[in-house]
Design a binder for this molecule. Structure first.
Ligand SMILES: [Zn+2]
Length: 81
């Protein structure tokens, strides 16, 4: 299921909710059917499912071991949830 409520950054309180996925596609295509078709690929529909603004980060330690991935706040750069 898509996420509609991404919450806010636990560090700075930045709102992590982006646009509604359906709305973005509707703006792009100017057609409701086309917007619904496109947003279904993201598990979203009209009024449900928003983009999140958090940045997905994959990293490695100094020995090139893979570290757990996390989400970073675009505002303060901290791990946001
Ligand atoms: Zn933040």
């Amino acid at each position: 299921m898509p996420t509609t409520e991404h919450g806010s950054c636990t560090h700075c309180g930045y709102d992590l909710n982006g646009n509604y996925i359906w709305d973005d596609f509707f703006q792009k295509y100017g057609d409701e059917d086309e917007a619904t078709r496109a947003s279904e690929m993201y598990g979203a529909s009209k009024g449900s499912g928003r983009w999140g603004k958090a940045i997905y980060v994959k990293s490695y330690d100094k020995d090139y071991n893979k570290l757990p991935s996390y989400y970073k706040c675009p505002e303060c750069g901290e791990k946001c949830y």
